[in-house]
Design a protein around this ligand. Structure first.
Ligand SMILES: *Cc1c(COP(=O)(O)O)cnc(C)c1O
Length: 401
């Protein structure tokens, strides 16, 4: 045993990401459990308002998970069998699946090898290769917490008449700096039509299962509210008829994508600590950066230059800390032997059997596949202790020599 392993007070497994639950969180859930509302109560709107404020958007719609949030977005934007939508292969498959739920066609486009974000130049090439109107929308992903420059994507989208759904699951609190030098928070609705978030336990804010859509567009907002609950409205101003107090109308085919009040209570409590969690994530990233700087066997995934403000502060939200190594499988196995549960994000979506059955094949997106061959996400979450992080760094260096 090395000195550091002995220093570790226990041999607790170190995951790549995990939730952080405090006594306040527990009290908030218990209080709601004891209230009159188990499903739709006052906490839903309170969570939505607090979240909208946190990301700087006008409207927020809470729902059952991030995938449901994506599906609500594609429905609200009218995706159908004729729609062709562009997204990145380096994402969780839900970013692409939401197009398929509505019968649309997913068109992947390759990544920028430096950041693993959707490469805007390749997206432009794709758009220019077809007549205008061929594509309907783009779903960029703030991969790893590195915010996409949506001002640039908006310009491109406007040129070709496209909508944008920002998959911001990795980046609540993150921002990029626009051409006027202003901070643009992920999900603020300034450039994207809709943005979505997830509250899965590995994400910044955890409610167990949970999701959120944010937007500045009132029409889309009303549509999302309706689709979240079966396509039903109870607002007399929006109904075709009115038979009395009981009357409601199912106006289109929606789903039950609601999130219960007690999970929203947890979300509100978690959101109060979001800034502290984000600061801690950035602190952890700095320590890794320093440890791996100039290490010949490790390449740290790059950050877009436009997320740094004038003081050099980063807008990266660090959902993940990704390194690239030659022998990724060896390092993965070695770390797991030492109870460090590093993970791989992501297996390129187009290489999944489902997308291969739709005609994609290995070799279609070489940058994505090349990235996948070497990437590994190291432990990154606010409650990771300094001692644990040192142990991770030591083991990574021990393996790479
Ligand atoms: C987590 C995640 C989702 C899906 O969220 P769920 O709440 O698990 O359904 C979608 N996109 C990305 C990029 C994610 O990381």
């Amino acid at each position: 045993m090395t000195q550091n392993s002995e220093l570790r007070t226990n041999n607790k497994p170190i995951p790549y990401g995990r939730q952080h639950i405090t006594d306040d969180d527990i009290a908030a859930v218990v209080e709601t459990l004891q209230s009159d509302f188990l499903t739709q109560g006052p906490k839903v709107a309170e969570f939505e308002q607090a979240f909208a404020e946190y990301v700087g958007a006008k409207y927020a719609v809470a729902c059952s998970n991030g995938t449901a949030a994506l599906h609500l977005c594609t429905m609200a934007l009218g995706v159908n069998k004729e729609s062709r939508v562009i997204t990145t292969p380096i994402t969780f498959v839900a970013s692409a699946n939401c197009v398929r739920y509505c019968g649309g066609t997913v068109e992947f486009s390759d990544i920028d090898p430096d950041t693993a974000l959707l490469d805007i130049h390749k997206v432009r090439q794709l758009l220019e290769s077809k007549p205008k109107g061929y594509y309907s929308g783009i779903i960029p992903v703030d991969f790893a917490g590195n915010p996409v420059n949506l001002e640039e994507f908006r310009k491109l989208a406007d040129e070709f008449g496209l909508w944008i759904i920002e998959d911001a699951c990795h980046a609540p609190g993150g921002y990029f700096i626009d051409s006027k030098g202003e901070k643009q928070l992920c999900g603020n609705g300034r450039y994207a039509d809709l943005a979505i978030f997830s509250f899965h336990p590995v994400k910044h804010i955890a409610t167990g299962e949970g999701g959120m859509v944010t937007t500045n567009d009132e029409k889309l907002y009303q549509e999302l509210l309706k689709l979240r609950t079966h396509g039903i409205t109870r607002d007399p101003a929006l109904m075709e008829e009115n038979h009395g107090g009981w009357y409601m109308e199912m106006q289109e085919l929606g789903y039950n994508y609601r999130i219960p009040d007690m999970l929203c209570a947890l979300g509100i409590s978690q959101l109060r600590r979001a800034d502290a969690g984000l600061a801690r994530r950035r602190g952890i990233a700095k320590v890794y950066d320093k440890a791996f700087d100039n290490h010949s066997g490790i390449k740290v995934l790059g950050t877009s230059p436009d997320v740094f403000d004038a003081e050099g502060e980063t807008g990266h939200a660090y959902h993940l800390y990704v390194i690239k190594v030659e022998d990724r499988r060896g390092l993965y196995d070695f770390l797991h032997q030492h109870n460090i549960f590093a993970q791989v994000h992501y297996i390129p979506a187009h290489t999944m059997p489902y997308y291969r059955s739709l005609g994609y094949k290995k070799g279609d997106y070489p940058e994505a596949e090349n990235y996948y061959a070497g990437c590994l996400s190291l432990p990154m979450y606010p409650s990771l202790t300094q001692e644990e992080q040192e142990f991770v760094i030591e083991k990574v260096k021990e393996f790479l020599g």
